[in-house]
Design a protein around this ligand. Structure first.
Ligand code: RP5
Length: 174
């Protein structure tokens, strides 16, 4: 197995379903990854240890997904100089707004690249990580370009479906 280049951290196993889309994206881009449950509040010593050793283990980017008072991304970013991508997760009474604010409102000097709340954010975190690696990795760049092209083509399909539905409506009116 290749050395992971991306580390995905989640605050809890209950975050897995929201995060699993990131795994699929990284697999599609051919980027080796690892996923670990660590909690800024419940296992702070382990979070520090992971963050301090991440670079020497070969990780290049760390994705941190957490819900509620989500301190995970900020805590990791406080320790490592690797880029940290934060994914706020829903699931609380505040539907992820709490995690969004906790993740995005970092003080000067400790940036966290914060994605959208939930599964879309988790997928985007993987794509964003791939785009960073693509700067220096032509094979990943090629796959990211292909992904973006397919995304553009999919809009044509969506439009065709809508046009077909409009045509159906018009038929019904006639
Ligand atoms: C956060 O608290 C986790 O990231 C999770 O989103 C939330 C709830 O965790 P569990 O109580 O389900 O373990 O730290």
């Amino acid at each position: 197995m290749s050395t992971p280049r991306i580390g995905i951290l989640m605050g809890s196993d209950s975050d897995f379903d929201a995060c699993k889309g990131a795994i699929g994206m990284l697999e599609d881009f051919g980027i080796p990854w690892e996923m670990t449950v660590l909690s800024a509040h419940r296992s702070p010593v382990e979070v520090h240890d992971y963050s301090a050793k991440a670079e020497e283990r070969g990780l290049e980017i760390i994705i941190c997904a957490a819900g509620m008072a989500a301190a995970l991304a900020g805590t990791v970013a406080a320790v490592t100089t690797l880029p940290v991508i934060g994914v706020p997760l829903p699931g609380s009474h505040l539907s992820g707004i709490d995690a969004l604010y906790a993740t995005v409102q970092m003080p000067t000097g400790v940036p966290v690249a914060t994605m959208a709340i939930g599964p879309a954010g988790a997928k985007n975190a993987a794509i964003f990580a791939a785009q960073i690696l693509a700067l220096k990795d032509p094979a990943i760049r090629e796959r990211v370009v292909g992904y973006k092209q397919a995304l553009g083509a999919s809009v044509g399909d969506k439009n065709a479906r809508v046009q077909a539905r409009i045509a159906e409506l018009r038929k019904g009116d006639g």
